[in-house]
Design a protein around this ligand. Structure first.
Ligand SMILES: Cc1ncc(COP(=O)(O)O)c(C=O)c1O
Length: 215
């Protein structure tokens, strides 16, 4: 089974309580491997190095990219559990890309992971995400807003049916706040280093745009 621990681009949708532990139990009972797509969630965004830790998962394969280098160089990494390696019984699993293990990519990833650790960005994801969530949550009172939700520094505003997020995105952009707005959803995945006053500015601008939508 392949799954995202928290749906990212799909709308920052957290799993229901107990969902992942139960899925893991069923998969184990039937000998099915779990491949966790942590492209969005790995390396701090949920307040943990991996969302797997947050949800008590021991995936067999864990797929990562984005925050591995914070985008300074394109790089991904696939982490494979020893139990999968053992299945190969010493046989080489042949795969290859021209730029596998590129030294520049590896150096950037190591430097970037060092910054995340030194600057306490896991904790910061929780603080910044919490600040944004607290600031945006009151927008749920508006008829045009169905839900404001978040996990760590992954947040979304879901509009009520019949409302178009793209107009909200365009409104916010005019005031210098760029959000991803498609369909009925506005998703936020800010850099973990943004300052509290920048988070407050996002709340002010996006909150205003949502209010104008409701009026
Ligand atoms: C959860 C998830 N998986 C995979 C991908 C695709 O990654 P790539 O751009 O490396 O193909 C994305 C891209 O945003 C993603 O959000």
């Amino acid at each position: 089974m392949i799954g995202e621990p928290v749906l990212g681009v799909g709308g920052m949708i957290p799993p229901p309580d107990g969902y992942w532990p139960r899925v893991q139990e069923v998969l184990r009972a039937h000998g099915i491997l779990l491949v966790l797509d942590e492209i969005v969630t790995a390396y701090g965004r949920t307040g943990h190095w991996f969302a797997a830790e947050r949800y008590g998962l021991q995936p067999n394969v864990l797929v990562t990219a984005k925050a591995l280098t914070s985008g300074y160089i394109p790089m991904g990494a696939v982490l494979i559990h020893d139990d999968v390696v053992a299945m190969l019984e010493g046989t080489a699993f042949r795969h290859g890309f021209t730029y596998n293990g590129h030294p520049v990519g590896a150096a950037v990833a190591l430097a970037n992971l060092g910054i995340i650790e030194r600057e306490g960005l896991l904790q910061r994801a929780v603080e910044i995400g919490g600040r944004l969530l607290d600031g945006l949550k009151p927008a749920e009172q508006l008829d045009a807003v169905a839900e404001v939700r978040g996990v760590g520094a992954m947040l979304a505003v879901e509009l009520a049916s019949g409302h178009d997020a793209e107009g909200v995105g365009a409104d916010a952009r005019q005031q210098g706040v760029i959000v991803r707005a498609t369909g009925q959803k506005i998703v936020l995945s800010p850099p973990l280093v943004i300052e509290p006053d920048q988070a407050d500015r996002i709340v002010e601008v996006l909150g205003g745009a949502l209010q104008r939508l409701g009026s």
